[in-house]
Structures are given as structure tokens and as C-alpha cells.
Design a protein. Structure first.
Length: 255
């Protein structure tokens, strides 16, 4: 059974069809890309997958169970996490606190335990602190644990956002233009990190990206979206040589 199965997914805004009859399937440990021109509907797809938008029709299943109609936090609890094109950190909180907030979505104590400071609260907080520091070490941010997130260089803010997504313990990670604003060196490091994250955490990853060197370099399967419809799906080599894709999007980038 596929981890993620999207069947005939459509959404309209005021009569305008943004996405039409989209079909997409990801197996466990897939590393896939969703590409297409600006306005093709890529982020709209992510918004439907994460419960921000309710599809007009169609279904989204994770491990055979529908996600349609669930709230974003419920979908996150099912194992879906995402990052955003525009970094959305808690800038006035420390690097450590950005992760602790994410880990609290799986805290083992309840509201009463927190209010009354029951033993389970202290045990849970200690565990969250240790997990947060361990994750910061993995992402090479532990030496900046007490810095405000806003004070980090851009590349480190990206790493922190991905680390925060990982703190929610996902099975499916959605990356929305993770290389946006990065220089070539940062992009190369990001490519290595995406591969490493998938293998280290046993994840399935779907990313949106305009940097074709990154997409072709890390993705094993690529879906191409144009005017809200999938026009091609295949390996990087197949996509590079697909005439319809070249005409719609890649152009000279494919050469």
C-alpha cells in the first residue's frame, strides 16, 4: 500500500479551477518532486495535503486513511509535516524554543499536569529538552541553541525550519521551495541534507522547487504540474527529455 495516495483531487476558487483531477502516489521512502511554472497550483496542492484548503472533490489518503476534512494539526498528528516558501519561524524565540514548541505537539502530559506541575510534567519537559538538543546537534545548530531565531543567517534559518518540522515526528515531509534565497554553496549543502534526512529518519519526502539542479539531483520521481493538471510523471531523465514538459516549463533548463 502506498504511504500517500491522492485520487482525482480538485479545488476551485470562485469558479476558477486551481487544481483539476490530480493523481499522485508516494511509497515509503520515496524522494519526489512537484515542479511546474509559477501559478501552476503547486502550493495549492500542499495546502490541500495539509488541511489548509478543503478540496472541492477527490481524496487524500495516508496509509489508507482519508485526510480530507481534518484540521492541519490533526493531519500533523497523523504524520505529515511541512515547511514554507517564506520561512515561518518564531523569530523572537530562541532556536531551542522553536524546537521545544514542535515537540510539545507530542507531549506525554496534559493540561492538568502542566498546571499542577505533576511529576509527569517535569519528566516530559526533560525529555523534550533532551530531544530538542539532540535534533539541534543533528542539524549542526546546537551551538546556537540560545540565540534568537531571527538572528540566524538565512541558511541556518532554513535548517532550523526543517528541524522544527522533524520535531513533529513526521512520516511524510513536504518541503515548499527549500532552496529559495540560498546561494549555490547553501543549495549544495541542502541537497546533501535532504538525502541524509530521508535516510536517517526513514522518511518520505515531497518537495516543490524551481531550482532544477536540486530537483534533478535529489529526486527519484518527479511530477510536473501545469495549469493545475499533472502533465507528466517520471524519473529525472524521463522528465528532462519529455517534450511536453520542456515546452511547458523546463525550456533551456533541461539542456
Amino acid at each position: 500500500m502506498a504511504l500517500l495516495s491522492v485520487n482525482e483531487l480538485s479545488i476551485s476558487f470562485g469558479g476558477l479551477k486551481a487544481v483539476t483531477n490530480l493523481n499522485l502516489e508516494l511509497n515509503k521512502n520515496d524522494l519526489a518532486g512537484l515542479i511546474g511554472p509559477n501559478g501552476a497550483g503547486k502550493t495549492t496542492v500542499f495546502n490541500m495535503l495539509t488541511g489548509v484548503y478543503l478540496p472541492t472533490s477527490g481524496d487524500i489518503k495516508l496509509d489508507g486513511k482519508s485526510l480530507v476534512g481534518l484540521k492541519p494539526y490533526q493531519i500533523n498528528h497523523r504524520g505529515v509535516a511541512r515547511t514554507f516558501q517564506n520561512i515561518r519561524l518564531f523569530g523572537d524565540l530562541t532556536v531551542l524554543d522553536n524546537l521545544r514548541i514542535a515537540y510539545h505537539s507530542h507531549a506525554k502530559y496534559g493540561l492538568l499536569g502542566a498546571i499542577c506541575r505533576l511529576p509527569g510534567f517535569y519528566t516530559g519537559e526533560k525529555e523534550i529538552y533532551e530531544k530538542s538538543m539532540d535534533l539541534l546537534k543533528i542539524f549542526k545548530l546546537d551551538h546556537k541553541y540560545d540565540e534568537l531565531a531571527n538572528n540566524l543567517p538565512y541558511g541556518e534559518q532554513r535548517r532550523l525550519e526543517i528541524a522544527r518540522a522533524m520535531a513533529t515526528q513526521p512520516r511524510l515531509l513536504l518541503l515548499d521551495e527549500p532552496a529559495a534565497g540560498m546561494n549555490p554553496q547553501e543549495t549544495r549543502e541542502l541537497m546533501e541534507m535532504i538525502h541524509w534526512i530521508r535516510d536517517r529518519f526513514d522518511l518520505t519526502i515531497l518537495l516543490i522547487e524551481h531550482d532544477m539542479s536540486l530537483v534533478m539531483g535529489v529526486c527519484e520521481k518527479i511530477y510536473v504540474l501545469d495549469y493545475g493538471q499533472i502533465i507528466a510523471m517520471g524519473t529525472p531523465e524521463e522528465i528532462k527529455n519529455n517534450r511536453r514538459v520542456i515546452e511547458a516549463y523546463l525550456g533551456e533548463e533541461a539542456s
